[in-house]
Design a protein around this ligand. Structure first.
Ligand code: ZN
Length: 335
């Protein structure tokens, strides 16, 4: 145990250094100084980060979430059933981007209701990822590039028949570190494309992509167009995690002819059984109303335990079936 303290200090200093470096970037937006800012209230990860165990990654994920909580709250404040991107106000400093009309939402109340489930932020822990693979339903694994368990998890998931997507780090509005392989608004097209291609080549298989954080990058139509060109060339689909209400991702995907879906419900914004259950029930209600719903969760112990308990009897108890992302896309694009 004694070796952990120097390592803890080193990593904590490193973490703070990364944050300070990111905040010092002249291209980065200024973090509001107001004490009311959710960003300002986010505590730094503790010395547990030195252990590089599951507790560390839980804390890191909670930190990531807290950093983008304000924007996610904005994105979720609207009833997800009635989300209308065209009515979402852009930040005052944003240029309006050209927008094509989106296709009508997937509404097929006559068909049996189905939900898709994605678990984000995988790749750091083999054991957590394996619990997703072991779930009885076709839950999708969204794996971060250049993480220690990425290759093993992707191949094991494929053997088990689970869908694997790249969880692509994208620049967030708080100018905080997003990890290896990140895409930034300031990148030239060639650099952005090369970074994305490297990530897409870093493990197999990859069937699609969704964004890790990305409240800033997904709001940039030009960057999103470049991302979609790569996905189109590789025949991959896109899932918009919707970490910003101003996201342009769905419009860019539509313009590029990339099949895409958008997240309806975050499962574990609050990590208690009651809150996760309430979010899951919101997804079930949405699926019954419009035929489908797309849920994103994270590999927290509470989320894993909830899904392990809930999924085996879900269809019998609720009449709602968990299907793969490919099945959700097939419903949307079957015409
Ligand atoms: Zn993420």
């Amino acid at each position: 145990m004694s070796v952990r303290w120097p390592a803890a200090r080193f990593l904590l200093v490193g973490w703070l250094g990364l944050i300070l470096a990111a905040c010092g970037d002249s291209d980065a937006p200024e973090v509001p100084a107001s004490t009311e800012s959710p960003v300002a209230e986010v505590a730094e990860p503790s010395a547990a980060i030195a252990q590089h165990d599951d507790a560390y990654y839980d804390e890191l994920r909670a930190h990531w979430f807290a950093l983008e909580h304000a924007e996610k709250a904005v994105a979720e404040r609207s009833d997800p059933i009635d989300i209308d991107l065209e009515e979402t106000p852009l930040p005052a400093d944003s240029e309006p981007s050209p927008q094509l009309p989106l296709p009508a939402p997937v509404v097929d109340a006559a068909a049996a209701p189905v939900i898709g489930i994605i678990i984000d932020d995988l790749g750091h822990s083999l054991s957590r990822g394996r619990r997703i693979i072991a779930l009885p339903e076709p839950v999708t694994l969204a794996i971060l590039p250049h993480t220690q368990a990425a290759k093993a998890l992707a191949s094991e998931a494929a053997i088990a028949g689970k869908t694997v997507i790249l969880h692509q780090p994208m620049e967030n509005g708080a100018a905080l570190a997003i990890g290896s392989g990140g895409l930034y608004v300031g990148m030239e097209r060639a650099e952005l494309e090369q970074t994305l291609q490297t990530n897409l080549n870093s493990f197999v298989p990859i069937q699609g992509l969704n964004n890790h954080m990305g409240s800033r990058l997904t709001s940039d139509r030009q960057a999103m167009d470049w991302v979609m060109q790569v996905l189109d060339e590789r025949g991959l689909f896109f899932i918009d995690s919707r970490t910003s209400a101003a996201t342009q991702a769905a419009f860019a995907a539509e313009a590029a002819g990339v099949r895409h879906l958008s997240r309806d419900v975050f499962l574990d914004n609050e990590r208690t059984f009651e809150a996760i259950d309430a979010a899951f029930r919101r997804a079930l209600t949405l699926a019954r109303k419009q035929g489908t719903a797309l849920v994103i969760g994270h590999p927290y112990p509470q989320t894993l335990e909830y899904l392990e308990q809930r999924l085996p009897d879900l269809q019998r108890e609720e009449g709602v079936k968990v299907v793969s992302l490919e099945a959700l896309l097939a419903r949307k694009y079957r015409h």
